[in-house]
Design a protein around this ligand. Structure first.
Ligand SMILES: Cc1c2[nH]c(c1CCC(=O)O)Cc1[nH]c(c(CCC(=O)O)c1C)Cc1[nH]c(c(CCC(=O)O)c1C)Cc1[nH]c(c(C)c1CCC(=O)O)C2
Length: 352
């Protein structure tokens, strides 16, 4: 593997302004690619795919064969942490994740934090395989879910509309809920450190449901746990670039950046790019934030939005990405057109 400091993605995370900006896409491996669906159809459960290094390496590499991305993201899922802690986690077709919910401290006592790293050994094997096989100029991103987001799945037992059970616990018994958050902070820090030991060159912490909390709770359950993970990582690897993603945090993005110590922040689709250029980019690298549904649409609508993002954020430290993951109905040729535009090979050469 080459020195990560020379890779364009890592240089941008460290504060360089690059034209054209480096680009990768959240969920760049996945169901929109027929070659992914083929591997998936051949694998019993989704978690089996995450825990079979040979297959996980293959599906991570698939989008790199089609598109010239500056980074690859480890193929796994944020819910391997509750699974590794001993919670029952299943992915049912058409239903998403289903977990046996934990709603009190008695439920926490049944978890086994001591087994997390052993349980996740296949993921580290995948990272080692990728470090050996990705192109020289491509950076390797490791990731985990942030504690609040992980807690919502652990407490609700799956995806949720209102997070009512998680909020009931957090508001009604903050000490007990804090124990759950502590468990996830510790497991996630150890998990990311092991990914870095195995060859990950940057990490992203996904706080997909950060935006549902009021200000005080956001500080307590989003900013503080993210800050503790960043601190734990930097204590061991001071130069490791860390990307935060407090999705839908609105104006709280600013406090998140100032208080967590992240090197970069991923913007969801709703963040106005001129606001981000003015308030966030002086503080750290920004990443984002094309609406994934515009990549489904393609054509002029996508081009216009891409050009606006490039013009507004391309003058500072920036990584082009989506505001959330690629959706399964995305035509792969629209991804090719998107990358060509970001690279300046078509109309809309805003970043040239
Ligand atoms: C909330 C969350 C999850 N997982 C993840 C998040 C945070 C980002 C976000 O907000 O989207 C993160 C994730 N999940 C996956 C990756 C792989 C790497 C990549 O981005 O290419 C990453 C980084 C693969 C996956 N994770 C999942 C799939 C699809 C499952 C399949 O192929 O059968 C993939 C490719 C499953 C998953 N995983 C999760 C849900 C809710 C689901 C079901 C919904 C769905 O099917 O999209 C939890």
């Amino acid at each position: 593997m080459t020195d990560p400091a020379n890779k364009r993605f890592i240089r941008a995370l460290k504060g360089e302004t690059l034209t054209p900006p480096p680009v990768w896409l959240m969920r760049q491996a996945g169901r929109y690619l027929p070659e992914y669906r083929e591997v998936r159809a051949d694998t019993k459960g989704f978690l089996d795919l995450c825990y079979t290094p040979e297959k996980a390496v293959e599906v991570t590499l698939q989008p790199l064969r089609r598109y010239d991305f500056d980074a690859a993201i480890l193929f796994s899922d944020i819910l391997v942490i509750p699974h590794a802690l001993g919670q029952t986690v299943e992915f049912r077709a058409g239903e998403g994740p289903v977990l046996a919910p934990i709603r009190d401290t008695a439920g926490l006592d049944k978890l086994n934090p001591g087994q997390v790293i052993d349980h996740l050994a296949p993921v580290f094997e995948t990272v080692r395989g990728l470090a050996r096989s990705i192109p020289e100029t491509t950076a390797l991103i490791g990731f985990c879910g942030a504690p609040w987001t992980i807690a919502t799945y652990m407490v609700e037992g799956g995806s949720s509309k209102d997070y009512a059970e998680t909020k009931a616990w957090a508001y009604g018994d903050p000490d007990g809920f804090g124990r759950l958050i502590d468990l996830v902070v510790e497991a996630s820090t150890a998990y990311l450190l092991a990914q870095v030991e195995a060859g990950a060159e940057a990490v992203q912490i996904f706080d997909s449901w950060a935006g549902v909390l009021p200000e005080d709770a956001f500080r307590q359950w989003v900013i503080e746990p993210n800050r503790r993970i960043v601190e734990g990582l930097k204590a061991v690897h001071p130069d490791l670039p860390v990307i935060g993603f407090p999705r839908m945090a609105g104006p709280m993005y600013e406090a998140f950046v100032k208080e967590t110590g992240v090197d970069a922040v991923s913007l969801d689709t709703t963040v106005p790019v001129a606001w981000a250029a003015e308030r966030l980019q002086p503080l750290c690298t920004v990443q984002g934030n094309l609406d994934p549904l515009l990549v489904v649409q393609g054509g002029a609508a996508m081009e216009k939005s891409v050009a606006h993002i490039l013009e507004t954020l391309g003058k500072g430290p920036f990584v082009f990405n989506l505001g959330h993951g690629i959706v399964p109905q995305t035509p792969p040729e629209n991804v090719a057109a998107l990358i060509a535009q970001v690279r300046g090979q078509t109309r809309g050469q805003a970043a040239q």
